[in-house]
Design a binder for this molecule. Structure first.
Ligand code: ZN
Length: 79
């Protein structure tokens, strides 16, 4: 299933130093310690594509100085 050079958890291409782990006598490769932990604790897999989709839905990056403007914009829309 796992393609060579890809993280077993997030399926991203491992560009840096791979994190090798032995679990139940099987070798596993992850892109980071973080992915290993998510895998180990059974967090459902989120692909990188889905992550980006999720972020585009739930996160908007607004610089602090624009934040007030955005809030004011929301307020005037309500009034
Ligand atoms: Zn990963």
């Amino acid at each position: 299933m796992n393609k060579k050079g890809e993280c077993e958890y997030c399926s991203r291409l491992i560009t840096g130093k791979p994190v090798n782990k032995i679990l139940r006598n099987k070798k596993h490769v992850y892109c980071s310690e973080f992915c290993f932990r998510l895998y180990f604790y059974g967090v459902p897999t989120i692909s990188y594509d889905n992550l980006q989709k999720m972020y585009s839905f739930y996160c908007i990056s607004v610089p602090m100085q624009d934040f007030r403007k955005v809030l004011n914009g929301l307020k005037t829309e309500e009034d």
